[in-house]
Design a protein around this ligand. Structure first.
Ligand code: CMP
Length: 138
C-alpha cells in the first residue's frame, strides 16, 4: 500500500494538517483490505470506527439510491458523531477496496486537537444527513 501519509495527504479534510498531526493520524489507523462486494457497515448496528478510502470504491446504499465514494473520501463518521452511535446506511466495497480505519478513541483525539478537521468533518456529515433527510436547499 502507498505510504499511509501519502494516502492521508489525499484526504481533503486533512488538507490543513501539519506533518506531525498527520503522522499522529497515520500512527492511529489500521489498514483494511476487502474484496469487491464485501459489506463493511450494516445499518442499525453500533459503529466503532470510520474509514478513509485509499484505493477502490465503496458504495453507500441510502434511502434515495446508491452513492459511490472513492480515494480521499471517507465513510462511517456519522455513527461516531451521533449520540446513539448507530450506523445510518449499508456500505459495501464496489471494487477491491483498501481503507485506513480509525477507531472511536482516536477519532475523538483527532477532533479534539484539530478544530479545522472537526469543522470539515461536520460539514460533510451534515451534508450527508441533509441529503438523506431529503432536505433541498433550493
Ligand atoms: P455511518 O452512519 O456511521 O455508516 C454508514 C455511512 O454511510 C455513514 O456513516 C456515512 O459515512 C455514509 N453515508 C450515509 N449517507 C450518505 C450519503 N448521502 N452520501 C455519502 N455517504 C453517506
Amino acid at each position: 500500500m502507498a505510504s499511509r501519509i501519502e494516502a492521508l495527504r489525499r484526504v481533503p479534510i486533512f488538507a490543513e494538517l501539519g506533518d506531525d498531526d498527520l503522522q499522529c493520524v497515520a500512527d492511529a489507523v489500521n489498514e483494511v483490505e476487502v474484496p469487491a462486494g464485501q459489506l463493511l457497515v450494516q445499518p442499525g448496528a453500533p459503529g466503532s470506527g470510520m474509514f478513509f478510502i485509499v484505493e477502490g470504491t465503496a458504495v453507500v446504499e441510502t434511502k434515495h439510491g446508491e452513492v459511490e465514494l472513492g480515494p480521499g473520501q471517507f465513510f462511517g463518521e456519522l455513527a461516531l458523531m451521533k449520540p446513539d452511535a448507530i450506523r445510518t446506511a449499508r456500505v459495501r466495497a464496489g471494487t477491491p477496496l483498501r481503507c485506513l480505519a480509525l477507531d472511536r478513541a482516536s477519532f475523538r483525539r483527532l477532533v479534539a486537537t484539530n478544530p479545522d478537521v472537526a469543522a470539515a468533518l461536520i460539514e460533510v456529515a451534515l451534508g450527508r444527513l441533509a441529503e438523506n433527510a431529503g432536505v433541498d436547499d433550493g
